[in-house]
Design a protein around this ligand. Structure first.
Ligand code: FES
Length: 391
């Protein structure tokens, strides 16, 4: 359930980011092309059903990310996981001003934030904001691609589509950035032209206003500026509230995690790895985490998410018996048709006592080893595992 929710919410968010990147790539043609594509790629996300879906996906994905951080027994992790964690934590603070800005433009200031307006703002009025936007798009893309890659590369059809997907992973953001630059050149040229025309018009005969009219116009301008200042201050307060709430939830997660780890029983488990070392370890960590902490090679293609089954071990001896498999572990064990005594190292945490295990799958296994053509999900791995077990 949790696994599916994370995948579903992540997929929605990745589609959203991809749509925006593709929209921006149209800048390579012209600013007009960006605006036309916007009607099909970006505007639909502001319609009620899609914006509700997007909001739900953001909340679910964000909370699940914090929950998985809370559940981590150690912050020692693979490079992929580190990049995914850091990029995930950066997205909301970096994106908050853009989300609030777009919502404020429509709901407070009453105008449609077209790409012409947004790009003018990014390229001419607030270049640092533009730079931040580029940064957050790249970060969100990397985060989404790592998540998708972790899931897809374990699928039997991955080798059939990977040749097509790898170039896309690079091409989409590169084309979007090039489109951003080209469309930016256009808005700069438009602004330059407008200034020149204004200056030309300024040299002509300007309509003369009476003193009373001038005062009235100044008062109207001042009143409008005051209203805009208040609206701007309001949208900034919302933006900072989002950032503070996120920072608060993150701090709460880390605090709860620290309390959980501190409360862990101060007991020791003795683990004997067949054809490996013998280890004394405080209880509370999974077998895979224990292997990682001791730099022991241990296959883990899905990086501890309980999907791939490559981390599985044969339990030679366990005193006391290991806790029963949870839902995620049991599903994967059933899918791989594993017999009794086989457990997933990423899902099981040894209790105080003694344990002897054997790592079944070689640590250097690759996704390509999992399947051969015409075999369905899991079958090849089971057969391959049986071969390894018999050897
Ligand atoms: S690492 Fe994939 S199931 Fe344990």
């Amino acid at each position: 359930m949790v696994r599916n929710l994370r995948m579903l919410s992540g997929t929605v968010l990745l589609i959203f980011v991809t749509a925006h990147l593709l929209n921006m790539a149209f800048g390579l043609l012209s600013l007009e092309a960006v605006e036309t594509a916007r009607r099909f790629l970006t505007v639909p996300w502001s319609l009620l059903p899609l914006s509700l879906l997007l909001m739900a996906a953001m909340l679910v994905h964000g909370f699940l990310g914090l929950f998985s951080l809370y559940k981590r027994n150690t912050l020692r992790m693979s490079g992929y996981d580190r990049v995914q964690l850091i990029s995930g934590l950066l997205i909301i603070p970096l994106l908050a001003s853009h989300i609030v800005g777009i919502a404020a433009a429509k709901n407070l200031f009453g105008f449609d934030p077209t790409y012409r307006i947004i790009l003018t703002y990014f390229w001419l009025d607030a270049p640092l904001e533009g730079l931040r936007q580029v940064f957050v798009v790249v970060i969100a893309w990397i985060h989404g691609c790592i998540g998708m890659f972790s899931w897809m590369r374990l699928k039997i059809w991955w080798h059939r589509v990977s040749w097509f997907i790898y170039p896309l992973v690079v091409a989409v953001p590169v084309l979007a950035l090039l489109g951003f630059v080209e469309a930016g050149k256009e808005v700069i040229a438009e602004r330059t032209l407008a200034i020149t025309q204004q200056m030309d018009a300024g040299t002509g005969d300007a309509p003369q206003l009476s003193a009373a009219e001038e005062v009235a116009q100044q008062e109207a301008n001042a009143a409008a500026a005051e209203v805009n200042r208040e609206k701007l201050a309001f949208s900034k307060r919302i933006m900072w509230s989002i950032i503070f709430i996120f920072a608060f939830l993150l701090a709460l997660t880390l605090l709860a995690r620290a309390i959980r780890l501190r409360k862990a029983p101060d007991a020791i488990t003795f683990i004997r790895y067949m054809k490996g070392p013998e280890i004394n370890m405080h209880v509370g960590k999974s077998l895979l985490e224990i292997s990682r902490l001791h730099d022991l090679p241990h296959a883990n293609l899905c990086r501890g998410r309980g999907r791939c089954g490559t981390c599985r071990v044969r339990v030679i001896e366990a005193s006391p018996a290991l806790p029963a498999a949870g839902e995620i572990e049991q599903q994967t064990l059933d899918r791989l048709d594993c017999g009794p005594g086989i457990r997933l190292a990423c899902q099981v945490s040894p209790l105080a006592g003694t344990l002897a295990i054997e790592r079944i799958v070689p640590p250097d296994i690759t996704p390509a080893d999992l399947y051969s053509p015409n075999q369905s999900d899991g079958v090849a791995l089971t057969q391959w595992s049986a071969e390894v077990s018999d050897a």
